[in-house]
Design a protein around this ligand. Structure first.
Ligand SMILES: *[C@@H]1O[C@H](CO)[C@@H](O)[C@H](O)[C@H]1NC(C)=O
Ligand SMILES: *[C@@H]1O[C@H](CO)[C@@H](O)[C@H](O)[C@H]1NC(C)=O
Ligand SMILES: *[C@@H]1O[C@H](CO)[C@@H](O)[C@H](O)[C@H]1NC(C)=O
Length: 404
């Protein structure tokens, strides 16, 4: 029964997620008249669960205006004094609501605050509540002129400085998926440690050339093969027509069965039930820059963790002062920085073989500063929406934070 529900939901996901396939778009409860969530994440997702919530904004060095939510105290009240802050950084095509899709006793954001932490929720540039800019609009091509290099160079430092300034404390970091890559990249440049106590990386992404997701691999080939066309779109809008066509072409290949698109993309998630999927669809997926997708496609093809490749020596030279894009050196992450890594045996984006390459870079890490957790049954999305993640992932994660 649960299987049937999940696969029925996935057909809805397929159509809705990517919008215009065959011109179909089912009417869902969330489609009614006004969109309540336009008030922001505090109003739409946090306050209805009876938590205090503060909306913050941060302006990055390159002009993007990002929203951050803070849940300073648990449902039982109290003060935010002596609560270690934690920043939650979502992954690709997600936003801050990712951490609140399950009921409070199962969602990481609420679980942390009810366990004595001061919770901060990041929303990367281009997502629904972080589309402001001091001079550009998302309708301008220039607004989308970035890849995850800029999340490392601008978004993370701006949010980190804001949280550090507001709390006067060092904090913990939790990243999922792309949220792990940008942290690892910053750490490899010896940046941000001064404000951090530790980091927990769920579904870690660094090396991705052994990725097993057929959809991600196929998309990477298409992005690189038709790079000029894709870059011309600037905004990568998952519900837009171009992505709908890409998906339609992908799903019509022999041997490809798109009845469960979430699983085709992220691996066979063990532990996501249909009610969670419906909540997910009300909030995600979110837009990103096409340039960001091309950058990830380059990594899938090249097997490197390096900055965006402009594709010819002259352009690389003018951006970087060298003919090849500078690498992020994962072996230079300091050995004494406390890291908690959790990865899954069924994850099609954070493939076990790729995680082994990353772990090999961390082989000299101090034994008492590195915890590696492996869940055989988990795929990519289980780490954030799994109905048992609170027991199998978040409890040990919070125990790790308490030690650091
Ligand atoms: C695709 O997979 C679903 C669920 O596993 C199955 O019910 C369906 O028959 C498959 N379709 C094809 C064309 O193989
Ligand atoms: C699915 O999740 C909801 C919300 O956590 C829960 O109430 C329900 O019992 C779950 N269903 C199954 C089949 O696990
Ligand atoms: C990466 O960093 C390590 C440790 O700092 C260093 O030994 C190694 O030479 C670096 N590799 C490259 C390619 O720069």
């Amino acid at each position: 029964m649960a299987d049937i529900l999940i696969s029925a939901t996935s057909i809805v996901l397929l159509v809705l997620f990517f919008g215009t396939i065959n011109g179909m778009r089912p009417k869902l409860p969330s489609d009614k008249g006004q969109d309540e969530s336009d008030d922001g994440i505090c109003k739409s997702m946090v306050e209805p669960q009876n938590y205090v919530c503060e909306e913050h904004t941060v302006t990055t060095g390159d002009g993007y205006i990002l929203s951050l939510q803070r849940i300073p105290v648990g449902r039982s009240g109290g003060t935010s004094v002596d609560r270690p802050p934690v920043l939650l950084q979502h992954g690709l095509m997600m936003d801050g609501s990712t951490w609140m899709l399950l009921p409070p006793e199962k969602s990481l954001a609420f679980l942390l605050v009810d366990n004595g932490f001061d919770v901060w929720i990041a929303n990367s540039r281009g997502t629904k509540y972080s589309r402001g800019h001091v001079s550009l609009s998302p309708d301008d091509a220039a607004y989308w002129e970035w890849s995850w290099d800029e999340l490392v160079a601008y978004d993370l430092p701006a949010m980190f400085q804001h949280i550090h300034g507001a709390t006067g404390q060092k904090f913990h970091y939790v990243g999922h998926s792309l949220g792990t890559l940008i942290a690892l990249a910053a750490f490899s440049k010896q940046e941000l440690f001064g404000m951090l106590r530790s980091a927990a990386l769920l579904s870690p992404i660094a090396y991705v050339n052994q990725i097993s997701s057929p959809l991600a691999k196929s998309a990477a080939d298409i992005f690189l093969g038709e790079q000029l066309y894709w870059l011309g779109l600037h905004e990568f809008e998952p519900k837009g027509e171009a992505v709908g066509k890409l998906l339609n072409d992908f799903c019509n290949q022999p041997g490809i069965n798109c009845s469960n698109l979430m699983n085709i993309m992220t691996g066979p998630n063990c532990c996501i039930n249909s009610s969670t999927m419906n909540v997910f669809l009300e909030h995600e997926p979110q837009a990103t820059a096409t340039k960001n997708m091309i950058h990830l496609a380059q990594m899938i093809r090249m097997g490197t963790v390096a900055m965006y490749d402009y594709g010819n020596e002259d352009d690389n030279m003018s951006h970087y002062g060298q003919s090849t894009p500078p690498a992020y050196n994962m072996t230079s992450i300091p050995n004494d920085f406390p890291l908690y890594l959790s990865y899954g045996g069924k994850d099609a984006l954070s493939d076990v073989k790729d995680v082994q390459v990353l772990l090999n870079c961390l082989k000299d890490h101090n034994g008492d500063k590195l915890v590696v957790q492996y869940r055989d049954d988990y795929a990519h999305a289980d780490f954030v929406f799994g109905f048992n993640a609170h027991e199998v992932i978040y409890d040990p994660l919070m125990a790790f934070f308490r030690l650091h």
